[in-house]
Design a protein around this ligand. Structure first.
Ligand code: ADP
Ligand code: MG
Length: 324
């Protein structure tokens, strides 16, 4: 715990990520409760251990439907719908590919094309049956695996915000390794300052800073988890259509939205669409705003109604979609 101008901060490593909680009250009991809430949710949703509600579904693939808790069912139903959108990069049945590549884990390697083709066949979201009456999930093919890694942190960040609201907390920030969710703003400030990281920088350098009040900021970047082989960079956002990491002009996508779950969904969707198609799509989604960092050092904002952005590094060019 550290204190700075009335801010009290607690940190821990959970879900393989550094977690940071900021409060304006030196309430260690509340902080401990928040970390318990996070651990509890992780235990339910993880696919990195043998047992969880999601793993129970995966273990029964090709055999039986498995009933889960209402919250997990709702989250899976949401992931299912997003996975079925036309042109969606988001695919919650990406598990077999994630497990094989092991990007960000020990033992990563580039699978041969033949093997990728076999795994791609196991990542069809149409092969998932949901029964809302029984709250059950059935993966039709043996070997299929649900992976909620792209949205679990956002979902949990929203659960934490709900918990803090329930505890009558008015100002707080939770950072789940790239998923920031906020309540209110620090006293006498314009908002919470959230840094936009410089991709692949060694010392956590920032391109700029956003300021938000009671909003979530989610960044998904190809520099977060990757390995290099023969001069190529293999990162952790996979394209189930090719079996390989998605390769386009983007280094990172940041989404500012009310819900961190939406931030998580849209970072993946927009990353898959690329800048031009994303900007078009975002014109019809006023509650979702995005900042794109491209390989040629452009910072492109779709609009900025819910946040302000200050550029700190003039090597980058800041562009705002003028038609938004
Ligand atoms: P981070 O954990 O770095 O915040 P993201 O939120 O960008 O990462 O999610 C990446 C994780 O999502 C991967 O580690 C994997 O578990 C899962 N994933 C990878 N590709 C996809 C995809 N196309 N659709 C859905 N989930 C994916
Ligand atoms: Mg995500």
């Amino acid at each position: 715990m550290t204190a700075d101008e009335g801010v009290y901060a607690w940190s821990a490593v959970l879900m393989g990520s550094p977690i940071l909680l900021k409060l304006f009250d030196n309430n260690a009991t509340l902080a401990a409760q928040v970390f318990r809430v996070i651990r509890h949710q992780e235990n339910i949703l993880t696919v990195n251990r043998a047992h969880s509600e999601v793993m129970a579904i995966n273990h029964a693939a090709g055999k039986a439907a498995v009933s889960v808790s209402r919250d997990v069912f709702d989250l899976i139903q949401c992931a299912h719908q997003v996975s079925l959108l036309p042109d969606s990069l988001f695919n919650f049945t990406i598990g077999p590919l994630v497990k094989r590549w092991k990007i960000g884990f020990q033992g990563h390697s580039v699978p041969p094309p033949q093997e990728l083709a076999q795994l791609i066949a196991l990542t069809d979201p149409h092969q998932v049956e949901l029964d809302p009456a029984r709250l059950s999930v059935f993966l039709r093919q043996p070997g299929m695996e649900i992976d909620l890694g792209a949205i679990a942190k956002g979902y949990i960040a929203d659960v934490v915000r709900g918990f803090l609201r329930h505890q009558k907390v008015e100002r707080a920030l939770i950072n789940l390794g790239g998923n920031v969710q906020t309540l209110g703003a620090p006293p006498e400030s314009a908002g919470w300052a959230v840094g936009l990281k410089k991709p692949f920088s060694q010392r956590d350098e920032l391109i700029g800073v956003m300021e938000v009040v009671g909003k979530s900021v989610v960044t998904s970047g190809i520099y977060e988890r990757y390995f290099e082989l023969d001069g190529r960079c293999y990162h952790h956002i996979l394209d189930a259509r090719s079996g390989y990491p998605l390769d386009n002009e983007l280094l990172s996508v940041t989404v500012i939205a009310d819900r961190s779950l939406d931030g998580d969904i849209y970072t993946t969707l927009l990353y898959g669409l690329g800048v031009e198609r994303s900007l078009l799509a975002l014109r019809d989604l006023p509650h979702i705003e995005a900042i794109f960092v491209t390989r040629d050092d452009e910072i492109i904002c779709s609009s900025s109604r819910q946040f302000s952005f200050r550029l700190l590094d003039d090597r980058y060019r800041l562009i705002t979609d003028s038609t938004a």
